[in-house]
Design a protein around this ligand. Structure first.
Ligand code: 0RA
Length: 648
């Protein structure tokens, strides 16, 4: 055996061991093996194509979902190198595809993500696919190699000539690894759209061969943005009314950190910041967001104080007041990003704060000097925000103090549970007093509490904050849950140290009104108790839609398919006249025992955990639902008569 041969074998064994680790513990590499992890495979491959764009090569990226849920992602970048890898004595293509973390070693000057959400390398995708094909157009030739579960099933072969360059990867996720391999069009489309805003000038397309129109054409969409972040902010603010003419746009670079920010003031009362690091959404913010906020506060404060705008105010204007009704996208490119936080969604690099703060500050200074009309409108809004916050604090303190004074402080309408162990306790927020009564009879009072909510709760997107604390239903929720809003360094934060239940379950009727109420409650949580959603405490109960009954046999069904199979199973042929089906619309149509069996008993019930899958999409939905325009809200509610299908 020659020395070279030995090296080759050693290299292959090492590569195999690496990929075996990925297959043994996929969660460590892609987070999970559910729908989320499945889509992670796509993000991984497309990130490589985006890197080619960032390095100035790729202009187009296409994605095709095939009928069998395999996916093709292609770009017109340089193409993965195919020459011999000296050390491993095989094609660089094979190394990139089969050696864990090999991608990075080939890296040029692009902003790779390390230790973060993506960036595990395309070899991970290969390891977790039962089939993968890489096709490379490079140096006038077309090269192809195929793999199964990360192991090559062919050599790198040359199959023809070409006049273009690029890489095309087709993979089929391993059904033995993933709980589901069904890609969701909406998730793919949302990310491609986001990527088009983050990478202006890049053309992205999505073809879904699983969905055909009447002419047999596959579903197809293109995503392209010329304006980049400026258009992104305009898109995010579609349902809101702007108060300045054009978004403020910041672009700059310092110490290898690229910064781009777009910000727009609107008439709403909320702050919306979407932040990205190397194209990846940082949901928990981080040093780039801190730098941005610091600059906004500092520049506006200085400007307003120098001109005496705040002279007449009897209270201090705080940082938040400058950002009420501000929608912004903060995107940075950092060479070696460090991620921290619970979901690794927070940028940790401390040097980024100062860079962003300086670059944003410089642009804002000029903006403030040059746009007096717009700035006047912003300052008026800031003063209004500060005044409202002052009123809200008074209202909140009144409510929170009152609770302390009135003994237990718990709302009279709450039927509390016996246990005081929050980790096993649940609270059902139930629509209406009558369903509340049924739930109270049906529950297990050891660990289940019931809080009936009367009618429609306040639409918090539209209400001023102090009104919120005066609303009876909302006060009850705060006190029953045991959470409070406290101020830390002038910013409001939700304190959940005394949260009394680790499951907060929204239970409403399965009709239009019910889904409207669910939406209102979720909007409230989204705006005022965001942390409860983030930490996974919020659930939606799923009452059954049907009961199929024959004699003593009864079966509950949660959708039409289940209903049909229940009919044929327990009632014989579907067209038999004694086939009895009851459609439940309201919780009130069930008696206490039925409600317990189907919707409250932990052994049988179906709970949908509310997650913030995609903060951008969720927020868009809320603002469309709750914003200034009525038509999109009505349509949404009509389209979603049962809430079950809405992923927020
Ligand atoms: C390694 C090195 C180079 C490019 C790539 C990998 C690359 C990977 C993928 C995956 C999908 N599309 C891709 N495009 C490129 C640099 C190539 C060079 O220096 O010419």
């Amino acid at each position: 055996m020659t020395q070279k041969k030995q090296q080759y074998d050693a290299g292959s064994i090492q590569a195999l061991e690496g990929l075996e680790a990925v297959r043994l513990r996929p969660g460590m590499y892609i987070g999970s093996t559910d729908v989320k992890g499945l889509h992670h495979l796509v993000w991984e491959v497309i990130d490589n194509s985006i890197d080619e764009h960032l390095a100035g090569h790729a202009k187009k990226v296409h994605m095709i979902v095939h009928e069998d849920n395999s996916i093709t992602i292609g770009d017109d970048g340089r193409g993965i190198p195919t020459g011999m890898h000296e050390k491993l004595q095989k094609s660089a293509l094979e190394v990139v595809m089969t050696v864990l973390h090999a991608g990075g070693k080939f890296d040029k000057d692009s902003y790779k993500v390390s230790g973060g959400l993506h960036g595990v390398g395309v070899s991970c995708v290969n390891a977790l696919s039962d089939y993968l094909k890489a096709e490379v157009h490079r140096e006038g030739k077309v090269f192809v190699q195929e793999y199964s579960k990360g192991v090559p099933t062919s050599k790198v072969i040359e199959i023809g000539q070409t006049d273009r360059t690029g890489t095309q990867i087709t993979f089929h996720p391993d059904t033995g690894i993933f709980e589901t391999i069904e890609f969701k069009y909406e998730i793919l489309a949302a990310r491609l759209k986001e990527l088009s805003y983050l990478n202006k000038g890049l053309r992205l397309s999505l073809t879904d061969e699983r969905t055909k129109d009447e002419n047999g054409n596959s579903k197809y969409e293109e995503f392209y943005s010329e304006g980049g972040l400026r258009e992104f902010v305009e898109h995010l603010d579609e349902g809101r009314t702007p108060i300045i003419e054009r978004p403020i746009h910041v672009v700059g670079k310092e110490e290898n950190v690229e910064v781009e920010v777009a910000m727009q003031y609107n008439t709403s009362f909320q702050e919306h910041i979407y932040s990205f690091v190397n194209n990846i959404n940082t949901r928990e913010g981080g040093t780039h967001v801190n730098g941005f906020r610091r600059a906004v506060n500092r520049e506006f404060q200085k400007y307003a104080e120098e001109r005496g705008f705040f002279k007449k105010l009897k209270f201090k204007v705080s940082g938040e007041d400058f950002r009420e009704g501000l929608t912004s996208v903060v995107a940075v490119k950092v060479p070696e990003p460090q991620f921290k936080g619970q979901t690794k969604g927070e940028l940790g690099n401390s040097e980024v704060t100062g860079v962003v703060s300086r670059i944003v500050g410089d642009t804002l200074k000029h903006y403030l000097e040059e746009n007096p009309k717009d700035v006047k409108r912003i300052i008026d809004k800031v003063i209004l925000a500060a005044t409202a916050r002052h009123a809200a604090r008074k209202a909140r303190e009144l409510v929170q103090r009152k609770n302390v004074l009135t003994g237990s402080g718990l709302p009279g309408k709450l039927s509390d549970c016996a246990s005081k162990d929050a980790s096993i306790c649940e609270i059902y927020l139930v629509e209406g007093d009558s369903a509340g009564g049924t739930a109270k009879q049906g529950r297990d009072r050891h660990f289940q509490a019931i809080l009936p909510l009367r009618g429609k709760i306040l639409n918090v997107e539209k209400a001023m904050e102090h009104k919120i604390y005066e609303n009876e239903e909302i006060k009850n929720m705060f006190t029953a849950l045991g959470v409070r809003i406290v101020e830390e360094e002038g910013e409001r934060v939700l304190s959940i140290d005394n949260l009394r239940y680790h499951k907060v379950i929204i239970m409403t009727d399965a009709d239009v009104d019910g889904s409207h109420i669910t939406t209102l409650i979720l909007t409230f949580f989204f705006r005022y108790m965001h942390k409860l959603i983030e930490d996974g405490y919020i659930y939606i109960a799923q009452p059954p839609l049907y009961q199929v009954k024959k004699g003593k046999q009864a079966r509950y069904c949660w959708n039409d398919d289940e209903m049909r199979s229940a009919i044929s199973e327990i009632a014989g042929k579907a067209n038999e006249a004694t086939v009895k089906v009851q459609r439940y619309k309201g919780l009130g149509e069930m008696n206490a025992e039925q409600l317990w069996e189907t919707t409250m008993n932990p052994e049988h019930r179906i709970l949908k955990q509310v997650t913030i899958e995609d903060a951008v999409a969720a927020d868009l939905m809320f603002s469309k639902l709750m914003g200034d325009e009525v038509a999109p809200r009505r349509k949404f509610i009509e389209d979603n008569a049962t809430y079950a299908n809405v992923d927020i």
